[in-house]
Design a protein around this ligand. Sequence first.
Ligand code: PEP
Length: 294
Amino acid sequence: MPASTGGIIGGGPRPCNSGLPGNEPLTKAEAVLNSPHFPLLETTLSGPRPLIAGNWKMNAGDAAGIALARAVIEGAGSETLGCDLLLCPPAVILAEVARLAGGSAAAVGGQDCHAEDAGAHTGDLSAIMLREAGASFVIVGHSERRAGHGETDAMVRAKAEAAHRAGLTAIVCIGETEGERAAGKTLDVLAHQVGGSVPAGAGAADTVIAYEPVWAIGSGRTPSPGEVAEAHAHIRARLAGRVDSAAEVRILYGGSVKPDNAGAILALGDVNGALIGGASLDAAAFLAIARLCR
Ligand code: PEP
């Protein structure tokens, strides 16, 4: 599912609709950006097509996951959404979900891959295997893997490179811990992670960045829209010296995105979609978020 890249006006990405009645998308975005809590950012009329991605984690790897996938695919089937959809189910049902998604608006992705293409790595999956099972994306460097499996920036970059070799789009996750934010280190951490985790030579066609503050994942807490906007603008600026066509790279926000807070986040100029955990396990909630990109 290639990114649809429209012409850029103002040098940034296209914001999503706020979802609020009576507001046109740019009116909402401008209102958000002009509030006293926000840095002044450029807004655009077009840019990377938003991506709404569901990370099911270690949930719904059975008939419930098949039913969830079917509900999302059928729910989206009769609509023209203003975004691309991505489902990242547990690997054991990925091939079945990919079969269901065939010909639909939804793509399918893995939640992790090994950095090597094959070999003696018990329990691991290669990017090539994911591709053969029907994936077109793979998440790498999720904070749960960085924290729970000791993954470093270099390991994440190697996994992204493996994804690229296999023809997958890598969703490279980065984000600060609560302590790093409290210490005022957020922007430095993000710059370091972009430099260490994103392969040189990556570009909009094969790489998506997911900004996921570690403390916001699964907590019900989110940064303020101003903090999200600042982080995304910083990430894009750091990408500019590192990847091809940085303005076209999709930068997703992730961390406790729900239907009731997604509109304000997705309306921000440098936010090109969302990576969604908990709310992606509810087809109605997931689709409600996707519809904000109409
Ligand atoms: C995630 O795990 O990537 C995530 C964003 O989770 P949640 O939406 O539940 O915070």
